[in-house]
Write a protein that binds this ligand. Structure first.
Ligand code: FAD
Length: 515
């Protein structure tokens, strides 16, 4: 009875993608179906949740069902079911759904709600070996905040982070995982020792630089195209207790970038970022409230005077052993910088408070109903050689002049040598490139104007010959994807044929599926 009712439900909801018309079309369908039946949900709540994401822009990629796995075998069975079907159906892992363009959706297919694994799965296990040092085995479904809390119990922590920690391990490793630590430690994908992956053929592999390395490199930055990450072995280091957190303000873009580039060329700092202040209320923003009310009014005057102010942000970690020397060390590191005199601000906070700095802003926006709104974000990697052209053409002539963007603009350099070219992630072809985040929040009326501006920005860069790369990319045509991957396109395609030949996984990226 179970089998026949599941077949009828799947047939109803997944047709025409699964042709469950004759039992012979799905080998082993009986066993797999019985196991999957209780975990496949068709309720409107589940479907609604899986049809959209943080961006709130794409809402029409409606799946036929959502899988709430309690074991990784459920995912394996689902992919096997699709792979062995004469008409395979699309499947997307959904981490925390914090994409902005439907990347974790699967129209007419099945979305796998990865977080439902968290009750029964591996959690975070900390180990040490003489060859690897300290590392943590974590579930692909885990949020980075949970990884942080678990590793801190051992006095340890991962070394590379995102600014915001309520993202899953599988979700960020499918992109890169970028923040101000990346200039020194590399992005999160450069700090992975091993992965557990279920491919698009429904096969589970453990992979690393030495074992099944093709799959390992494919999956890191692979936009979910080659397999579903069920486990990751992450590099750990001793966690500091506290951090010195410094912000310096500039009115001169050239001094700002010169100092940023200097700071990522030396050792000593643990984090270097930067963002722009363009209106009176932008000194403190949702990503971190930093300045005192008195500072805010001084900063507002500076913005009135110069229109655009550049905020260089650095952090140095310290603990009990370095309490007495930290101020001196920091002073030496920041000596000779050209920020506007008097506009240097310092905070001393716990390591946890620093890493989790975006959370309080999120909760505040949530309470004001301003979190679940459209987010037409655009993230770009811009080569260092063209950052002045980008600044003039995009920041000054578009974003500042038009004043239609509400949100934060991040801008900081990072070192390409910390990236591994064998991975799927792509960067500009220069040793130093800038990570630029245009993080707009809109409402139902105005987000389209911001999105139009994004198109203008991309068009400007194309015309000016700025060889940027989109980070968290979104394209609508195959030609754009070929251009995005450049020299890596042929290997990306070969890996797709190798690991997901029936093009089942992560259709919402629209690389091989143009729905
Ligand atoms: P989802 O949106 O659920 O999925 C993203 C893609 O990965 C989809 O294609 C999905 O199918 C695939 N996927 C998900 N889980 C798996 C898995 N286990 N195995 C294989 N594929 C999988 N990024 C940064 O680098 N640095 C930042 O500082 C940063 N800050 C952010 C702050 C906010 C508020 C938001 C909304 C996003 C931010 N991002 C940042 C972007 C974020 O890293 C990506 O959007 C990431 O994909 C989100 O993770 P997620 O778990 O929500 O993934």
């Amino acid at each position: 009875f179970l089998i026949s009712s599941l077949i009828s439900v799947l047939g109803r909801y997944l047709n025409p993608l699964i042709s469950i018309k004759s039992s012979s079309s799905i080998p082993n369908h009986g066993t797999l179906s019985v196991k999957l039946a209780p975990k496949l949900h068709f309720t409107s709540d589940a479907i609604k949740m899986a049809s959209t994401d943080f961006g709130k822009i794409i809402t029409s990629n409606i799946p036929s069902a959502v899988l709430f796995p309690s074991h990784i075998d459920d995912i394996k069975n689902l992919i096997t079911l699709s792979y062995n079907s004469t008409t395979p159906f699309p499947i997307a892992a959904r981490g925390h759904g914090h994409s902005v363009r439907g990347q974790a959706t699967a129209r007419d297919g099945v979305v796998v709600d990865m977080k439902s694994l968290s009750n029964s799965h591996v959690g975070t296990r900390v180990s040490w070996t003489s060859s690897l040092g300290y590392y943590a085995d974590v579930g692909g479904e885990q949020l980075w905040i949970d990884v942080l809390c678990a590793t801190l119990e051992h006095g340890l922590a991962p070394v590379s982070w995102t600014d915001y920690l309520y993202l899953t391990v599988g979700g960020t490793l499918s992109n890169a995982g970028m923040s101000g630590q990346a200039f020194y430690y590399g992005p999160q994908i450069s700090n992975v020792l091993e992965l557990g992956v279920i491919t698009g053929k429904g096969e589970f592999f453990t992979c690393s630089k030495h074992t099944n390395s093709e799959l390992f490199y494919a999956v890191l930055g692979g936009l979910g195209q080659f397999g579903i990450i069920t486990r990751a072995r992450i590099v750990l280091d001793k966690a500091p207790k506290r951090v010195k957190w410094v912000r310096m303000l500039y009115h001169d873009f050239s001094a700002f970038t010169r100092d940023q580039e200097h700071l990522i060329s030396i050792t000593g700092l643990d984090y270097v970022e930067g963002h722009l202040l363009m209106n009176q209320s932008s000194a403190n923003n949702w990503r971190s409230s930093f300045f005192s009310p008195n500072d805010v009014s001084n900063i507002a005057s500076l913005i009135t005077q110069h229109k655009i102010i550049y905020c260089l942000e650095v952090v140095k970690y310290y603990d009990d052993f370095t309490t007495h020397t930290i101020d001196k060390e920091l002073k030496v590191l920041l000596e000779g910088l050209s920020f506007n005199p008097g506009f240097v601000f310092e905070k001393d906070v716990t390591f946890m408070d620093f890493l989790n700095r975006v959370r309080s802003g999120e909760l505040q926006l949530q309470s004001q109903g301003l979190w679940d709104v459209p987010h037409p974000w655009l993230n770009l990697f811009v080569p260092k050689s063209r950052i002045f052209d980008f600044h003039q053409g995009v920041i000054v002539n578009m974003i500042h002049a038009r004043n239609i963007t509400r949100g934060l603009v991040l801008l900081y350099p990072t070192n390409r040598k910390r990236w591994d070219d064998r991975m799927s992630a792509v960067t500009p072809d220069e040793d130093i490139f800038y990570s630029v985040g245009l993080l707009c929040s809109g409402d139902n009326d105005n987000w389209k104007a911001m999105d139009e501006q994004n198109k203008d920005i991309l068009e400007f860069c194309e015309k000016a010959g700025i060889r940027f790369k989109q980070y968290l990319p979104h394209y609508t045509t195959r030609e754009e994807w070929i251009d995005h991957f450049g020299e890596k396109w042929s290997i990306f395609q070969e890996r797709k044929t190798m690991f997901d030949p029936k093009m089942i996984l992560s259709p919402g990226q629209r690389i091989f599926h143009h729905v």
